[in-house]
Design a binder for this molecule. Structure first.
Ligand code: HEC
Ligand code: HEC
Ligand code: HEC
Ligand code: HEC
Ligand code: HEC
Ligand code: HEC
Ligand code: HEC
Ligand code: HEC
Ligand code: HEC
Ligand code: HEC
Ligand code: HEC
Length: 537
């Protein structure tokens, strides 16, 4: 629009041009006595004057009638942000001249005395209109949204693809006025385009697709201003609280995850986690479920669950992945290199990198990455064979979920069995053997077969008579080839050093695999020396 036209409009000389701005009159931006809102002037009748004047206007912008705020803002930031918002610039400063709450609404350049407002209002009163000077909880503004940025962040559309309603300012800068038009309140909130079904958000952001219809609306989890989380603009202070607003049993159809979090053990300190903390120190919902791409339906091991979406991971060979393909890759992001969780039980061979324990080159291992080493596992119950592959979550999951025979939600959220086990696994020495004491193992391995000594001919003697827990001899994960040996650590043998000690005669603490269902042990256990003891069919 030509400057002349603007001047003309402001002095109301063209009826047709005026019509375009007529809607200000019925909006909260009409701060004159005729305004519809609570915030209006005591006697001032001009509508445009609060923002524009033909004379004496601010040098910042032709016809602008307000003093501009100083650069004293805290700007939006997050680890994921590629853009570099600086202090507000351009038209954003115009909006902030009222909305940051530092300048009186009636303080206009064209008057020496501020226009007086009803109820003694001076600056923007507390309420939704008060954006404040802390912009860390508001959608980022005043940065270049250009094709370079869209190339850097593939979840952004190219600015050239934006619908015509979304204007960028000079220098391709995104401003308040990209989303808002101070003159047009037809859609509410002065939005430049309709945002039902989030179509304004998705005009710029392409976050991927989700199969969960309740997740389609960005506003289910985000709010563009005064967001309690700060980074990521979430509706609650943390990721978990954002999700649990629905997943707490209050929304029909949304699985009640909060109930799992009252279990004795949970997979994080949910309530305290800052959404912008580095991931290895904690785990939150979004570390397993990428919120924008959550699918539905089931999958079989080792494939990733559709409910995980396109979540990052670490591959079996240790490479960082933007989107994991297998469940274990998601776990390896935190339980491989850089793992913070120490092994629960003291063992001959200590390893807290689960990627090494489950490697298909490990000495022996439960089959998570690929089928296991042993073709002779007679105890396997129907449904499991020596070519089976399993999930970490076949052992670590809710003990009250459907998978565990309960009716709560499945998933690695919480359990009363330490460490987050799906069923009981007693590790105490002198445990009285029962179906429930080793329920975890007996869910795949037949109790009858084990106690009938079908493989190790001394199983029953040790487990029932001596009351040695399975964990005295077996490692539940695997023994890395970097540490173990094929004669000493086959069959998941990795003795616990708090139950099994060196033999007093030989000084050795050792298992030796001597062939099919044969072996010998040098050790002392429950006061008894094996120097050595052997077994064979
Ligand atoms: C609450 C503040 C506010 C009020 C009241 C207001 N305007 Fe504006 N106006 C603005 C802002 C901010 C801009 C700059 C928009 C931009 O840079 O994208 C603007 C720009 C304009 C422009 C330049 C063209 C354009 O759309 O960018 C015209 C013309 C205009 N206003 C006319 C009016 C008229 C006429 C009135 C009174 C009916 C009015 N305005 C009331 C805030 C206001
Ligand atoms: C002259 C002061 C002033 C300026 C300049 C101003 N606003 Fe406002 N704005 C207000 C007031 C006052 C309200 C009403 C607040 C309330 O009712 O609590 C308001 C309300 C709003 C609302 C909420 C509307 C609704 O339906 O509740 C939005 C959105 C908004 N302004 C955006 C902007 C944007 C974007 C700009 C800059 C382009 C801007 N404002 C410039 C004073 C101003
Ligand atoms: C990326 C788009 C976008 C940008 C940029 C943006 N807003 Fe908003 N704003 C929105 C949306 C969407 C809403 C409506 C929120 C809702 O419906 O709850 C909104 C609402 C508002 C409201 C009403 C109060 C509220 O919290 O809902 C005010 C006031 C407001 N914006 C002012 C501003 C100001 C001032 C700026 C610049 C500092 C700005 N907006 C930048 C999208 C944006
Ligand atoms: C005009 C384009 C545009 C619109 C409309 C828009 N955004 Fe953005 N938004 C951006 C750009 C560009 C960034 C900066 C992204 C980056 O640098 O990673 C951004 C950043 C964000 C961020 C912070 C990302 C981070 O990495 O910290 C969130 C959250 C966000 N937008 C959500 C929304 C939501 C929700 C809506 C709808 C209310 C919306 N946006 C509307 C362009 C837009
Ligand atoms: C089910 C909840 C949920 C919904 C729905 C949702 N988000 Fe998010 N979004 C999140 C969470 C949680 C994060 C923070 C992720 C993290 O901590 O890693 C996030 C992060 C983001 C980010 C910054 C990180 C990134 O990957 O770039 C942007 C941008 C974003 N969301 C935009 C959107 C937009 C646009 C929509 C609507 C199309 C939307 N979100 C819908 C929960 C949601
Ligand atoms: C606005 C309410 C709401 C919010 C907020 C919400 N969800 Fe949901 N979510 C639902 C509903 C409803 C369903 C069930 C939909 C169905 O089964 O079709 C669901 C389903 C799911 C599912 C199961 C998908 C499947 O079918 O296997 C997962 C996983 C999930 N949500 C995770 C999350 C995460 C993570 C967050 C936070 C980032 C979140 N949800 C936030 C309402 C919500
Ligand atoms: C984002 C990082 C992260 C991801 C991804 C992750 N974890 Fe964890 N996990 C942790 C942290 C941190 C702890 C320690 C929590 C605590 O101290 O309470 C933990 C604890 C555990 C524990 C309990 C250990 C104990 O000492 O009580 C198990 C079991 C576990 N995780 C298994 C898994 C499995 C299986 C997966 C993949 C499905 C997985 N984790 C994915 C970070 C993660
Ligand atoms: C066959 C069942 C089973 C499978 C499969 C399994 N775990 Fe475990 N996990 C256990 C048991 C039992 C413990 C308790 C410690 C022990 O017995 O050595 C444990 C302990 C842990 C711990 C605690 C630290 C430690 O080493 O003691 C973490 C973390 C863990 N597992 C992560 C994982 C991850 C990640 C996967 C998949 C890559 C996985 N687990 C697969 C049974 C299993
Ligand atoms: C360590 C990984 C992990 C974390 C962290 C995690 N989940 Fe899950 N979640 C799972 C697994 C595994 C499943 C079961 C797989 C499936 O059913 O798709 C699951 C399933 C779900 C389901 C579907 C349950 C059902 O019975 O259909 C919902 C909903 C869900 N999670 C929400 C959440 C919410 C909310 C959070 C944060 C409070 C969260 N999850 C944190 C791993 C995780
Ligand atoms: C005293 C040490 C010891 C204890 C305690 C022990 N095992 Fe074993 N187990 C072995 C040895 C040694 C083998 C290897 C036998 C061979 O040479 O094939 C074995 C083999 C196995 C096998 C593979 C072959 C098969 O039978 O399918 C399974 C499964 C097994 N044990 C499960 C268990 C369970 C479950 C427990 C606890 C209820 C347990 N073990 C307790 C030493 C032990
Ligand atoms: C989800 C099913 C499942 C659970 C639970 C499970 N196992 Fe296994 N286990 C298997 C499968 C499948 C194999 C076969 C792997 C192979 O062929 O090497 C196996 C093999 C074994 C072997 C033989 C490994 C070898 O290389 O000789 C031992 C020992 C064993 N399991 C012990 C246990 C113990 C102890 C527990 C309880 C902590 C347990 N398992 C829990 C499925 C399971």
């Amino acid at each position: 629009m030509k400057l002349a036209t603007v001047v003309c409009l402001l002095s109301a000389c063209s009826a047709s041009g005026w019509a375009q701005f007529q809607s200000v009159v019925d909006s909260p931006h009409n701060l004159s006595t005729s305004g519809p809102g609570v915030i209006r002037a005591t006697t001032e009748e001009q509508v445009c004057i609060f923002c524009h004047a033909t004379h004496n206007s601010s040098p910042v912008r032709p016809l602008w009638n307000r003093a501009m705020p100083v650069d004293a803002y805290s700007v939006y930031t997050s680890r994921a942000l590629d853009a570099q918002p600086g202090q507000p610039t351009g038209s954003s400063k115009m909006c902030l001249s009222c909305h940051d709450g530092t300048i009186a609404l009636g303080a206009v350049v064209s008057r020496t005395v501020p226009i007086s407002m009803m109820g003694g209002v001076t600056t923007m009163p507390p309420g939704p209109g008060l954006i404040g000077t802390d912009l860390r909880d508001d959608h980022p503004i005043s940065f270049r949204y250009d094709s370079a940025l869209a190339t850097q962040d593939s979840k952004l559309r190219l600015p050239s693809q934006l619908p015509p309603e979304l204007h960028l300012d000079a220098n391709s800068e995104l401003q308040c006025t990209t989303c808002h038009d101070a003159h047009n309140n037809a859609r509410g909130n002065f939005l430049v385009m309709n945002n039902t079904n989030s179509q304004m958000c998705t005009s710029c952001h392409q976050m991927g697709t989700t199969a969960v219809s309740a997740h389609e609306d960005c506003a289910s989890c985000h709010q563009p201003h005064s967001a309690p989380s700060g980074p990521y603009l979430l509706r609650a202070a943390t990721v978990a609280q954002t999700c649990l607003a629905c997943h707490d049993g209050s929304v029909p159809g949304a699985p009640d995850i909060e109930s799992s979090l009252s279990s004795a053990y949970i997979h994080e300190t949910y309530s305290q986690v800052d959404p912008d903390e580095p991931y290895q120190a904690h785990v939150s919902c979004a570390d397993c479920h990428e919120p924008h791409t959550i699918g539905s339906g089931s999958s079989s091991a080792p494939l990733i669950h559709p409910s995980f979406g396109e979540v990052p991971g670490v591959s079996a060979s240790g490479a960082l992945l933007n989107a994991a393909s297998y469940e274990y890759e998601v776990c390896f992001r935190c339980h491989a290199e850089g793992a913070t969780v120490e092994p629960h039980l003291p063992r001959r061979i200590v390893q807290n990198n689960t990627r090494q324990e489950f490697s298909t080159s490990a000495i022996s291992f439960h089959p998570v990455e690929g089928p296991g080493r042993n073709a002779d596992v007679p105890s396997l119950l129907p449904g499991w064979t020596t070519s089976s592959v399993m999930y970490c979550t076949d052992c670590h999951s809710s003990d009250m979920g459907q998978q565990a025979g309960g009716n709560g939600p499945d998933g690695l959220h919480g359990s009363n069995q330490d460490p987050l086990l799906i069923a009981r696994y007693s590790t105490a020495d002198f445990t009285r053997e029962s179906a429930s004491a080793y329920e975890l193992c007996y869910s795949c391995h037949s109790r009858q077969s084990i106690l009938n000594d079908e493989s190790f001919e001394e199983h029953e003697k040790h487990i029932v008579d001596e009351r040695a827990p399975c964990s005295a001899c077996h490692d539940a994960h695997g023994i890395s080839s970097l540490q173990g040996s094929s004669t000493g650590n086959s069959h998941l043998i990795n003795f616990r050093t708090d139950i099994v000690f060196p033999d007093r005669r030989t000084g050795r603490l050792e298992f030796r695999d001597t062939g099919f269902r044969r072996g010998e042990c040098f050790l002392r256990c429950h006061g008894e020396d094996h120097s050595p003891e052997d077994y064979h069919p």
